[in-house]
Write a protein that binds this ligand. Structure first.
Ligand code: SAM
Ligand code: SF4
Ligand code: SF4
Length: 380
């Protein structure tokens, strides 16, 4: 996911942990006119541009990470509802006509979708997309990295939370760690650069691996981003006590490596806040739980069956598949999307942070009734 904290920190004007960076002290800043109308982007009620789209290509997964898919059984999206690659690319071009320039493929596990490279090729042919990336658990990269690169995929983020096989098995409930490690070799072999590693850090489970993950990233030329555990749909075992916070992460790293220098943000809407160690290693923190930054959020999500969600926490979406299959022309789709974005008020993570007695966001029964509420359906 998503969020970037304090602009001043990102501009390198404050130190991590500074009080002025706390969202409660930042207050809701009205968007300045220059924020509202740069580059002809479409803006929502908080002045946030529609710039980034995550396309989930399947709700299926070959892992069962405890923070995402802890149940034994799931209700899956009907196969006939899944967008064809042509439909997904068609919708993507409606979004790019409205200003979207970054597209990320996700899932479920995107590499389970057969012939995914065909969708990549269709999206790569859309010249308005200047950043085409994918988030994957990496297990199937050895089989697919080369064809995805050849089709035009630019960057890959691999989710990897532990380097210990036994822990991996416990967390993901599948014995697939060797495939993930081979996946990094496959990425390098296929010529991918700019690879990132996303690691969810859970208190009492894997915070002791933060240094090892940083070093693994350095050895594989990949920037590691540490994610706080989020109470999103699917995370039914979430509790506040398990959140290893941004402050905890930075303190642990500073104790081990010395001064941590905040880097200024190249993109204020980018999810991670970035830091540099004395030896030059750069890493990120995505503090969605303790330091959400919904105020800069430029992203929305399209599920594999064409439901469009304006926020990771949104409980209702817009069925674009239905419109498309009913024969809506691009202009009608464009109008529908533009209208919804202009009315967007979502600040899901900020609202969750303000809620009292915070526990899991949704009960299992609600997730069973509507699988669109699941993190593995709408993509991270
Ligand atoms: N299966 C792919 C993967 O794991 O990379 C893509 C989909 S997964 C839903 C996308 C990202 O969401 C992963 O990096 C995963 O770690 C993250 N994620 C899932 N549940 C989360 C949670 N409760 N808190 C924080 N991150 C979570
Ligand atoms: Fe894990 Fe990603 Fe699968 Fe969720 S979708 S269970 S995070 S691999
Ligand atoms: Fe995440 Fe929603 Fe906040 Fe955007 S608005 S950062 S999707 S919680």
């Amino acid at each position: 996911m998503n969020y970037s904290p304090c602009r001043a920190l990102r501009a390198g004007k404050l130190h991590p942990g500074s009080k002025a960076c706390h969202p409660m002290t930042m207050g809701p800043k009205p968007a300045s006119p220059s924020v509202r109308r740069p580059n002809g982007h479409l803006h929502d009620t908080l002045g946030r541009p529609l710039r980034s789209l995550r396309i989930s290509v399947t709700d299926r997964c070959n892992l069962r990470c405890r923070y995402c898919m802890p149940q034994e059984e799931y209700v899956w999206l009907p196969r006939e509802d899944l967008l064809t690659f042509e439909e997904a690319a068609q919708l993507a071009s409606v979004f790019t006509a409205l200003g979207v320039e970054k597209v990320r493929l996700t899932g479920g596990e995107p590499l389970l979708r057969r012939d995914l490279h065909r969708l990549v090729a269709l999206l790569a042919a859309n010249t308005a997309i200047r950043d085409l990336a994918m988030t994957t658990n990496g297990v199937l990269l050895p089989a697919h990295a080369a064809e995805l690169r050849a089709a035009g995929l630019q960057r890959v983020t691999v989710s990897l939370d532990t380097l210990q096989p036994e822990r991996f098995r416990k967390l993901a409930r599948r014995d697939e760690m060797p495939g993930v490690l081979d996946g990094f070799r496959a990425l390098a072999g296929a010529g991918f650069t700019g690879t990132k590693i996303d690691s969810v850090i859970i208190r009492g489970f894997n915070e002791d691996e933060i240094p090892a993950l940083l070093e693994f990233g350095r050895a594989h030329n990949a920037e590691v981003r540490f994610l706080e555990y989020m109470d999103v749909g699917g995370a039914t075992e979430w509790s506040a006590a398990q959140v290893f916070s941004r402050a905890d992460i930075l303190a642990l790293i500073a104790r081990r490596y010395g001064a941590v220098e905040p880097l200024s943000a190249e993109d204020v809407a980018a999810p991670a806040e970035r830091f540099r160690l004395r030896d030059g290693t750069v890493f990120g923190v995505i503090a969605s739980t303790t330091t959400p930054f919904c105020r800069a959020c430029d992203r929305s999500r399209l599920t594999a069956d064409g439901m469009w969600f304006l926020c990771l926490y949104a409980t209702a979406g817009i069925n674009l598949r239905e419109l498309l299959r009913r024969g809506a022309l691009p202009d009608e789709l464009k109008e529908r999307i533009a209208l919804a974005w202009k009315q967007r008020t979502d600040r899901g993570a900020e609202e969750r942070k303000a809620s009292r007695d915070r526990g899991a966001f949704l009960p299992v029964e609600a997730l069973r009734r509507d699988p669109h509420l699941e993190m593995h359906t709408r993509g991270g």
